[in-house]
Each structure stands twice: as structure tokens, then as C-alpha cells.
Design a protein around this ligand. Structure first.
Ligand code: GCU
Length: 617
């Protein structure tokens, strides 16, 4: 990392270059403080705050010339202030009447208490080190401010795979947790923690059976103690019976029984249980073609619809696999009408380039939000891409993903171009308009470029095992994770239609019809739903094999062009080196992917590229 510290790096808050000091106890205190500092620095454009408690968590912005009046109260007033600053910075005078689209707007951090972050690509944890809380309170305040600026109101601070000693966050570390929550409270951010379903056993009980009255009582007492220390504690995030985590199944109980028991303990205090739906058989035999991993969550939860308590929220990843480059949206979003649901995005770039490769997510958010049925979800979560790196997100451009996620969570679907421009104008106010245009186009093209040089046509999982950066088409092929492409000399992909694994049957009829039908199934998902021979003709007229070659050569060419363009942009000093170094790495990665995938399929198919480009035999 560069020599800067986080103090020199306000991300998109460049218009507010100060630290928050003084006795700031409530979001309104913060709003007043920020506003007075802002006014003294920007006397030509006034922001006036009007306390008005008719807007709930929402706010309005009204402009007269360059002056903005913000109406709101509590966190809403603070949100309105930040939004006014963002708009002022890009000379937008948009009248705004904002109401939160989702009441719970969460960031899930996968931080471990040893300081590492599972799937983290921006340095170590900002609040854990050496098995305890260790942090710079100024930085946590700055974090709270960043989150408030994009209207996020819940921070889950530890890994869903709860690792020792995080099982003790609710006893030994409860005072530390309360202290941490105190710092975030003035920003309207409440803390949540991931719990281990077997926590009662860690603390000396003989069972964690959710239907055992002693276990229920144990959680009840625990909840009372938490709320004594942290009255606005948000609740528990739970990964149970998934990837070796303990859960209710060990006691012959189902997930509704497990979740409801925890929910009962939190209900009197207004807390929620966010129960993750990322559950599948992670000990599969690759020889066994009767099991199809994307079907797992729906098979498990759909029959339980309506059985979850009011304060349980089932949190579903956007696709049925695991944040792959291209997946259809999970069928669970259509299949749980009587259950509160949350949508989970992964901001940290596990499968999308580790914050080395540029991968701007606004188009992903837009696409998924539009695909999910209206009102199917009532909460939203993003797996954090933040860490202790001085620039917070490893790649400076990765901050766009947090910014756009927050705005999506509060305002609903965001136009990708508009949200990218808003971020750009606030992050890089001094770039020339030419440079900003270049950056805008590079960012908005980055997802399609990444998809082209990596996994073809919805196939997924051709990554290096474990780390998930770089290419390995057979890396997961003979493993236990249910992640197969079944490429051979005749073709590739898995038939997930009704004549195959039957996965398509989990969707409502109109989507079943589209996905089943080769003529209607979009090319970019065709290998997710169908097994095709290499000479199958796709909608664009290319054969499958030719399309694989086209995409990979084009993806590499896209990255070469992105690099050429970015080399001409005058980035601020603190970002320039980072951007250029990472671009070199991305180019190397793209070349590896392109050559390996092309060779892999050429070796199987024996069919050369129609355009005679180099494919290594
Ligand atoms: C992915 C990721 C894991 C993570 C899991 C989850 O599989 O690789 O590190 O624990 O998702 O979402 O629980």
C-alpha cells in the first residue's frame, strides 16, 4: 500500500475533509456539526437543516439556486445532509423525497478476532487483532460516517463462520462490543453479530437443542444481558448447518425451529434473527449426478415457508450458487411469500477479481433488483469489501461498490450510470471531464469484460480452488462442493431443465418456460441451464465453441483497452500507483484466463478458432 494513511483518504467524502470531534451523541448532533463545518468551508452554497419528524428515516431536499434545504429528523436528517453534499458536488439540483426502500440495510463483515478477514482483500480487520477488540476510535467514527453517508444502518462485525474466541462476543467481550456500538450509534448504525448455533455448549451446556427449554432459557438470559449493555442491538446473523457450521439438524430439528427459538429470545427487545439460506451438501460425490447444488436451498426452505417467526429474516444470496460471475437470481425469491427475506450481495470480490481486477457492481445490482419480484424482500445485506488498508477497499475503485450498494439499499434500484457519476464526482472532483468520462466508461464496462475473460456463458466455478483468484477449469471438477462443468469432448454444461436435474422447475412458470427453452434462454446463462455440444448455435449466430473463443479474446482485448485508457488519466497521487499496479496484475490475469480457457476447450473439442487466432494446443 502507498504511504498515505486512512486519514488522508476520505473516499467519496472529499467535500468534508475533517475528522469528527467533540461530543456528538446523536445523528442530529453529527448532522449539525458536519453542516456547520461544511458551511464555513463552502460559503457560496448553503445547506440548511430543518428538524421535521414527519419523514421517519427519510428526508427531503429542496433547492433554490445553489442552496439546499434538508427536512428530516434523526438519522434521516444526517442522510439528507450527506445527500445534499453529494448532489451539490456534481451540480445536481434534484428535488428529493427519499424514503428507505428497506428498513434493514446491512453490511456483513467476515472479520475474525485474530484480525484476518475471510475473503477480505483490503487488509486486516479494522477492529479485531490478537483475539480482541483493537481499533482506532477515530477510524471507527469515520467508518460510521461513511456508512451513514450511504444510509447503511446495521453493521454485523464478525465472520458468519464464527471462530474462536468470537463465540465469546456475548460474554467476555460484551463490554467491548457495547463500547464499539457506542461509537457507531451517533451515525445511526446499529451493531449485529454472527453467532454460533452451538454457543450454549461453548459455555458449558450439554446441548444446543432448540426445543430444549433449558437452551431456550439460556438464550433468553443472554438476550436480556445483551440489551442491557446495548439497547439498540440489531440482532443475530446465523450460518447454521452449512459448510460444517453447527445447527439445529444435529438435534433432529429443522431450521424454522432453530431460528424461531433464537427469535423468541430477541423479540421482546426488538431484535431480529437473520438466518442465512446458504445451505447445501458440501460433501458431494462428483460421481453422483442426482444431486444438483443450486437446487439445495429451495428444496430445504420452500416447504418451510410460513413457519418462520415474525422477527426472522431469511437471507438469500443473489444467485443459487455462491456469488459467481453470472447466475440467475435464486428461485427462493419467488418461493417464500410468507417469510421475510433479505437479499445478500457480495461486495468483497471473492469471485470477481479480489479487488485487483476492476469489477464495478452497479450493473449487477440493477439487474438483480429488477429481476427480483417487487416486495419479495424487506431487507438487504452486502458482504463488506472494507479493511484496514489506508484506502479502505484495496482497489480505490472498489469503493464504488459500497457506495452504489448503500444507495440501492436505501433508494431501491439505481441507474448504473447515474450512481457511478455521483460516486465519481464526489471521489474524483478534480479530474478533468475527459478523464472522468474515460473512468466512467471503464467502470461500466468492467463487469462485462471480466465475465468475458473468465467463466463463459453462466458456467461458473472455473477458478483456482480455495483462493478463487485466477483460472483453473478443472479445479473444482472432482471435488466435494457440487461445482461441476462436466466438460468432455462432446460438450459442456449441466442439463438443469425438467429433463435434467429439474432445477428450472423451482421457478414460476414464466421463467421455467424461458430457461427450459433453448430458443428463449439468454446466451449469458445458457450453460447454467443446458448442456450443449460445441457446435450448438447461439443467438448471435456463433457456435458455442466459437463464442467461447470470441468472449475470451474479446475479454483480454477489453482489458488491454482499459489499461491503455487508464494510462492516460491523471489520477490523484494517492491513487495513481495503486491503479496502475493493479491494472498490470489484471492484464496478466486476463491473459491467463483467456489462454487457459481457450486451450481447455480446444483440447476437448478439437475445433480451431474460425479467425485463426493463437490458441495454444
Ligand atoms: C463462500 C466463501 C466462504 C463463505 C461462504 C458463506 O463459500 O467461499 O468463505 O464462508 O461463502 O457465504 O458462508
Amino acid at each position: 500500500m502507498s504511504k498515505n494513511t486512512w486519514r488522508d483518504y476520505p473516499l467519496w467524502l472529499k467535500a468534508l475533509p475533517w475528522e469528527l470531534t467533540g461530543d456528538l451523541r446523536t445523528p442530529e448532533d453529527v448532522a449539525e456539526y458536519e453542516c456547520s463545518r461544511y458551511m464555513s468551508m463552502h460559503p457560496s452554497s448553503a445547506i440548511t437543516l430543518i428538524h421535521d419528524d414527519t419523514h421517519g428515516e427519510g428526508y427531503t431536499l429542496h433547492w433554490e439556486e445553489r442552496n439546499c434545504t434538508v427536512h428530516g429528523s434523526g438519522a434521516g436528517l444526517l442522510y439528507g445532509f450527506y445527500d445534499a453534499v453529494f448532489h451539490a458536488r456534481v451540480n445536481s439540483r434534484e428535488e428529493v423525497d427519499a424514503k428507505p426502500r428497506y428498513a434493514l440495510r446491512m453490511i456483513n463483515c467476515w472479520d475474525n478476532m485474530d484480525g484476518s478477514i475471510e475473503r477480505g482483500y483490503a487488509g486486516r480487520s479494522m477492529w479485531f487483532e490478537g483475539s480482541r477488540f483493537v481499533y482506532d476510535p477515530d477510524r471507527i467514527r469515520q467508518l460510521g460516517r461513511l456508512l451513514a453517508s450511504v444510509h447503511i444502518n446495521v453493521l454485523c462485525i464478525n465472520n458468519v463462520n464464527v471462530q474462536d474466541p468470537a463465540g465469546h462476543l456475548l460474554d467476555t467481550f460484551l463490554p467491548d462490543l457495547a463500547g464499539f456500538a457506542d461509537i457507531l450509534r451517533p451515525f445511526g448504525v446499529r451493531v449485529m453479530i454472527s453467532i454460533d448455533f452451538a454457543m450454549p455448549i461453548l459455555e458449558g451446556m450439554t446441548t444446543a437443542d432448540p426445543l430444549d427449554p433449558a437452551v431456550e432459557a439460556w438464550w433468553g438470559v443472554k438476550a436480556d444481558k445483551i440489551y442491557e449493555a446495548i439497547p439498540d442491538f440489531a440482532g443475530f446473523l446465523v450460518k447454521a448447518d452449512s459448510e460444517h457450521r453447527p445447527g439445529p439438524n444435529a438435534y433432529g430439528r429443522n431450521h424454522a425451529e432453530g431460528a424461531n427459538m433464537l427469535a423468541k429470545a430477541l423479540a421482546p427487545h426488538g431484535g431480529v434473527v437473520v438466518w442465512r439460506a446458504f445451505v447445501y451438501n458440501c460433501k458431494q460425490d462428483w460421481r453422483d449426478q442426482s444431486v444438483d447444488r443450486p437446487k439445495a436451498a429451495y428444496d430445504l426452505y420452500h416447504p418451510m415457508d410460513g413457519q418462520f417467526a415474525e422477527n426472522v429474516i431469511l437471507q438469500i444470496k443473489n444467485g443459487p450458487f455462491d456469488f459467481q460471475v453470472r447466475e440467475p437470481v435464486s428461485p427462493l425469491f419467488y418461493g417464500m411469500p410468507h417469510t421475510r427475506l433479505a437479499l445478500e450481495f457480495q461486495l468483497t470480490q471473492e469471485y470477481t477479481g479480489h479487488q485487483v481486477d476492476i469489477y464495478a457492481m452497479p450493473p449487477l445490482f440493477e439487474e438483480v433488483m429488477q429481476a427480483i419480484p417487487e416486495n419479495a424482500i424487506s431487507a438487504i445485506a452486502g458482504v463488506s469489501n472494507l479493511g484496514r488498508d489506508s484506502n479502505w477497499t484495496g482497489h480505490p475503485f472498489a469503493a464504488l461498490n459500497l457506495f452504489a450498494y448503500g444507495r440501492t439499499a436505501f433508494h431501491g434500484t439505481q441507474d448504473s450510470k447515474a450512481v457511478t457519476d455521483l460516486w465519481l464526482g464526489n471521489t474524483y472532483p478534480d479530474l478533468s471531464s475527459r478523464d472522468r468520462k474515460i473512468l466512467h466508461s471503464v467502470l461500466l464496462h468492467s463487469r462485462i469484460a471480466y465475465e468475458r475473460y473468465t467463466a463463459p456463458l453462466g458456467l461458473c466455478w472455473m477458478v483456482n480452488p480455495h483462493g478463487h483468484y485466477g483460472c483453473s477449469p478443472y479445479g473444482y471438477e472432482f471435488d466435494v462442493w457440487g461445482t461441476y462443468n462436466r466438460a468432455d469432448r462432446f460438450g459442456v454444461g449441466i442439463d438443469r431443465t425438467s429433463s435434467g436435474t429439474g432445477y428450472t422447475l423451482q421457478y414460476p412458470e414464466h421463467l421455467q418456460y424461458v430457461y427450459e427453452n433453448r430458443d428463449l434462454c439468454p446466451d449469458n446463462l445458457v450453460l447454467f441451464f443446458h448442456r450443449l455440444p460445441y457446435d450448438a448455435v447461439l443467438h448471435d449466430g456463433n457456435t458455442l465453441i466459437q463464442r467461447i473463443y470470441e468472449d475470451h479474446f474479446q475479454g483480454l482485448a477489453d482489458v488491454e483497452e482499459m489499461k491503455r485508457l487508464l494510462d492516460t488519466v491523471q489520477f490523484p497521487e494517492e491513487d495513481a500507483e495503486e491503479v496502475h499496479q493493479r491494472m498490470e496484475m489484471q492484464l496478466h490475469n486476463a491473459r491467463e484466463w483467456c489462454d487457459i480457457i481457450n486451450t481447455f476447450f480446444y483440447r476437448f473439442s478439437g475445433i480451431p478458432d474460425q479467425k485463426g487466432r493463437v490458441i495454444y494446443p
